[in-house]
Design a protein around this ligand. Structure first.
Ligand SMILES: C[S@@+](CC[C@H](N)C(=O)[O-])C[C@H]1O[C@@H](n2cnc3c(N)ncnc32)[C@H](O)[C@@H]1O
Length: 336
């Protein structure tokens, strides 16, 4: 072999070696990155699949269980969350014309509780029919229950509502809701004879949520389930318009009130998995839900993550609800 040939071969060899190295680096850093599933340490992809399993399993009983587990408090928190954002009439989220059009993206929107409240406040209370809401979730079973529930809304609100499947950590890969037959029939097959997966498969993505396209991004009781929260916050920042608002309602820490906190923890860890077992025949999913609440960062740490993603916050950046059992965090994408 000529000297030239040897050089070409060794360059090719070196390039192949680098490519293999890069592949494994990406695989281990991105796919195998450790995160938490409740108290267990798992990889990000494993968490995504197990969280999907939890919500597929609880989809049908989700709304009933929420009432039982929180004594109905989740309704009060959600009402307050939506009222505080005042969709359809808010100089904060609607630009120069408070009654102008507004696009709200409800991430991890599940069975629709936040989206339906947003539409009611905007269309009915604020008489602004130019507000539309996109419900996005990674789980087809949850969205399918939401879609079914939305059929009881007035026609004008249904027309202003759309459903998309997406992973909140990558909103450049989304697709319209593909009807999921029933969470009780997970073995059904799709048009190509493949087994249906209850959660979003990025390979079937058909569109993207454009950058700078959203006025208000909401996420309620969803973000603690994400495998990579900083990535989701970066995506929120990308899709929001300058001046747009990120708003999150999530379980939080009630540790400023030790006695109350002790009673709350007893209730969470003893009663909730038991209720899950008795009402939904699913102890493990509800055990995960309480563990995921415990693992979620404190109000201040989460506020700092929001700031790190590029948002500006007012005051402390959060509002405690019911002594900190839940909290609302808000941040604005800077205008300049
Ligand atoms: C507790 S439910 C909250 C549903 C609704 N927002 C509410 O307040 O009733 C959490 C939702 O987060 C969704 N979720 C979990 N991981 C997600 C992800 N990576 N991207 C988008 N949604 C996700 C689940 O599928 C589930 O529907």
């Amino acid at each position: 072999m000529t000297e030239e040939g040897r050089i070409v071969l060794s360059v090719l060899g070196a390039l192949t070696f680098c490519a293999i190295l890069a592949f494994f680096a990406i695989y281990f850093v991105r796919i195998k990155r450790p995160t938490h599933f409740g108290y267990e340490t798992v990889t990000e992809s494993e968490k995504r699949e197990r969280v999907a399993g939890v919500f597929t399993s609880v989809a049908e009983s989700y709304d009933r269980m929420n009432d039982l587990m929180s004594f109905g408090w989740h309704r009060v928190w959600k009402d307050h969350f939506v009222a505080s954002l005042n969709p359809g009439f808010s100089p904060l989220t609607a630009g120069p014309d408070p009654r102008g059009p507004q696009h709200i993206l409800d991430i991890a929107g599940g069975t629709g509780d936040i989206a339906f409240r947003m539409l009611h406040t905007a269309h009915v209370l604020n008489a602004n029919p130019a507000v539309r809401v996109t419900i996005s979730d990674i789980n087809r079973a949850m969205l399918t229950v939401g879609k079914q529930r939305s059929t009881t809304l007035p026609a004008s609100q249904q027309a202003a509502l759309s459903f998309v499947e997406a992973n909140a950590e990558n909103l450049s890969q989304t697709r319209p809701l593909h009807p999921y037959p029933s969470p009780l029939e997970p073995t059904s097959t799709d048009a190509h004879g493949r087994q249906e997966q209850a959660f979003f498969d990025p390979a079937t993505a058909t569109s993207s949520i454009p950058s700078n396209s959203v006025d208000l991004y909401t996420v309620a009781f969803g973000i603690r389930n994400f495998s990579n929260i900083p990535a989701a916050l970066r995506e929120a920042h990308r899709v929001l318009k300058p001046g747009g608002v990120f708003a999150c309602l999530e379980f939080s820490k009630a540790d400023r009130f030790p006695l109350f906190n002790a009673v709350y923890k007893e209730w969470s860890f003893r009663a909730i998995p038991l209720i899950g077992q008795l009402v939904a025949a699913d102890r493990d999913s509800y055990q995960y839900l309480v563990e995921s609440i415990e693992r979620f960062p404190s109000q201040r740490d989460f506020r700092d993550m929001i700031v790190d993603a590029g948002f500006v916050v007012a005051g402390e950046g959060y509002e405690d609800l019911t002594g900190g059992v839940a909290a609302i965090h808000k941040g604005m994408k800077p205008r300049a």
